[in-house]
Write a protein that binds this ligand. Structure first.
Ligand code: IPM
Ligand code: MN
Length: 360
């Protein structure tokens, strides 16, 4: 008998519900084929609900979500709601309160997908970014004083403690060991690179760098260690992405470099992310947002949401099923869709969802 997993589904705003519906088709096919059960419960959190009720998340919502094995999220963001409210009130709040301290963002170019990088293909663009997800500037102390005067002062600090850094690094080493290029049969060693700014942020990244080498030397001697400055990382992501295997970095740096990474793998139509608490409830999402202008037209690309579903299965431990969905996506990008852009795929949202699910 396979396992049963309780999944909270938050379709959310804009195109979120459309892409989640397609992701669910592949998840359904996977549970039938690989013999586990996904028990889905829907939640209507998002902009519509906020506009209707005035409440961003109802009381008890976060604790309610703790009872699930994972959360499958569509998108949060509504044109009728001021920017920041839903992002902070839902997305960031769930990340913080559920202590999803890892943001895992693979950067993999699938066959047939166009990349803006010249002479680079799926062999070269194949790495993953492990972004610290609950610390740093996102929660650093700060404030504004003398606001509105010529002397006003604004402070927002990058704050990290050893515990936050260490648990993030350990996850990254484990991930590199399990899913790095050696594990994929593509290199003779798995490599983890720390991305920082040790030449300027001499306190915070000194802490990161010492912890990185101490933990690596002691507990992960089989994983090769490298270091890159974040600015240089951006350069290499464009020029020599094949140098990378697994990258680990701080919250803000990770936020920035993963948008660049997403663009090199074909854009927001395909980029998926996982907000992971390895000991708790993790949340998986396409990172493209709610795309209001494409809402309801059945033209948005659902592949990112489908890949987020695969990442959810991988994190739950259903690795074979995750690979089956990824391979189905690969086959569809290689042989079917003409472009990953909304409206230019040559198929509708639901047709793409059907084609992937059939192949699973
Ligand atoms: C992301 C987004 C969020 C972030 C925003 C919406 C708060 O950009 O998931 O990368 O900055 O983390
Ligand atoms: Mn971002």
């Amino acid at each position: 008998m396979g396992k049963t997993y309780k999944i909270a589904v938050i379709p959310g705003d804009g195109t979120g519900p459309e892409v989640v519906a397609e992701g669910l088709k592949s998840l359904d096919a996977a549970q039938a084929k690989f013999g586990f059960t996904l028990e889905m419960t829907d939640f209507d959190f998002g902009g519509e609900r906020y506009l209707r009720t005035g409440e961003i998340l109802p009381a008890g919502a976060v604790d309610g979500l703790r009872r699930f094995d994972a959360i499958y999220l569509g998108a949060i963001g509504h044109p009728g709601v001021k920017p920041g409210i839903l992002e902070k009130g839902i997305l960031l709040r769930l990340r913080f309160e559920l202590d999803q301290y890892i943001n895992l963002r693979p950067v993999r170019l699938f066959p047939g997908v166009e990349t803006p990088l010249k002479n680079k293909g799926p062999e070269q663009i194949n790495y993953a970014v492990v972004r610290e997800n609950t610390g740093g500037i996102y929660t650093g102390t700060g404030g504004i004083s003398m606001k509105g005067t010529p002397h006003e002062v604004a402070v927002q600090s990058m704050v990290y403690n050893r515990h936050q850094v260490e648990r993030c690094l350990r996850y990254a080493f484990e991930y590199a060991r399990k899913f790095g290029k050696k594990a994929q049969g593509k290199a003779d060693v798995n490599t983890l690179a720390l991305v920082g700014k040790t030449n300027v942020l001499t306190y915070v990244f000194d802490l990161w760098e010492r912890a990185f080498h101490e933990i690596g030397e002691k507990d992960y001697p089989d994983v090769k260690r490298e270091y890159y400055h974040v600015d240089a990382t951006c350069m290499y992501m464009v020029k020599s992405p094949e140098w990378f295997d697994v990258l680990v970095t701080s919250n803000m740096f990770g936020d920035i470099i993963t948008d660049l990474g997403a663009e090199t793998q074909g854009g927001m139509g395909i980029a998926a992310g996982g907000n992971i608490n390895p000991e708790g409830v993790s949340m998986f999402e396409p990172i493209g947002g709610s795309a209001p202008k494409y809402t309801g037209k059945n033209i948005i690309n659902p592949l990112a949401a489908i890949c987020a579903g695969a990442m959810m299965l991988e994190t739950l431990g259903e690795i074979e099923a995750a690979r089956a969905i990824e391979n189905a996506v690969r086959d569809v990008t290689a042989t079917k869709v003409k472009s990953l852009s909304a409206g230019k795929m040559g198929y509708s949202t639901s047709q793409v969802g059907d084609m992937v699910a059939q192949r699973v």
